[in-house]
Ligand binder design. Structure first.
Ligand code: FE2
Length: 281
């Protein structure tokens, strides 16, 4: 039976970025994002913390090699694969270190490789470190509609919110594969790739702990603290040495069943508490 990403309970499990210096950037994530690092075959570096894993391999900076979404169980994976076939996404079988045999990949309209699979090990959840499961990926795209059509229309992610500018153009779309307000989003930009990825600290006090931890590594916040409108989450942002933007968030909205909200577009560079907050119509 064909199943949507929402029915399969898809959640962001891991990311893989390319970098000209994969070992160095893995070391940075190990220190700053409070993870352990290890080398895998093929000059790939894996960083692991409690419920968060990021891989790095040799290549151009600030480029997504793939995003890995895990699903609930084998039946969910089979159903989502069937849906990808039905909607013409041409799913291909892949072998990847963090998923069990049987994972598959699709490619979105901007060329981003998206993997779906079953998590290989639950041990990563037991690792010690500051709380912050990897939680969402936000893409940059010149065609928000095409990205929404792919992920929501073809794969069956749910749309939680859209941000629309004064001319009625959709600037941002927030999508979910489970009850989290978004574990995938896309922002309109004049480039393709990743805008940022995010870790969910859960509570405000844990954001404070992350900010203190960043300070001990001499890493400054470049945006926040603040609260987003869509998703209602508290946030801080830092940047890694390759220029990837990293968010630590808390109190992200839990969505069960509600209509899609439409939000007015506002400049998100505003950095004063309250002024960057988008209000729903
Ligand atoms: Fe975010």
């Amino acid at each position: 039976m064909s199943l949507s990403a929402l029915q399969a309970s898809a959640y962001l499990h891991h990311l893989r970025f390319s970098s000209p210096q994969p070992e160095e950037i893995a070391k940075w994530y190990g220190d700053v994002m409070d993870m352990k690092m290890e080398q895998l075959p093929g000059d790939v570096w894996l960083t692991s913390g409690p419920a968060r894993q990021v891989l790095f391999s040799k290549g151009e900076p600030k480029k997504l090699a793939h995003a890995g979404f895990a699903v609930r169980d084998a039946e969910s994976l089979k159903g989502l694969h069937e849906r990808a076939e039905e909607t013409g996404l041409d799913p291909r079988n892949i072998d990847t270190p963090l998923f069990q045999h049987g994972a598959f990949a699709v490619t979105d309209p901007d060329g981003n490789a998206i993997y779906f699979g079953l998590a290989k090990s639950q041990m990563v959840r037991a690792l010690k470190g500051i709380r912050g499961p990897i939680q969402h990926l936000t893409l940059a795209t010149g065609d928000v509609q095409a990205i929404e059509d792919f992920y929501a229309g073809k794969l069956g992610f749910g749309v939680s919110d859209r941000v629309v500018n004064a001319e009625g153009k959709v600037m941002t779309c927030f999508m979910r594969g489970n009850h989290e307000h978004h574990n995938l989003a896309c922002f309109y930009q004049e480039r393709k790739g990743v805008d940022h990825h995010s870790y969910e600290a859960g509570e405000w006090d844990t954001i404070r702990d992350w900010a203190d931890h960043f300070a001990t590594h001499n890493v400054s916040l470049f945006w926040g603290p603040g609260r987003h409108g869509p998703g209602n989450n508290l946030f801080i942002f830092i940047e890694d040495p390759d220029g990837n933007w990293i968010e630590v968030s808390a109190e992200l909205e839990v969505v069960h069943d509600r209509p899609v909200k439409i939000w007015p577009h506002a400049e998100r560079t505003l950095n004063l508490w309250g002024r960057g907050v988008l209000r729903a119509k």
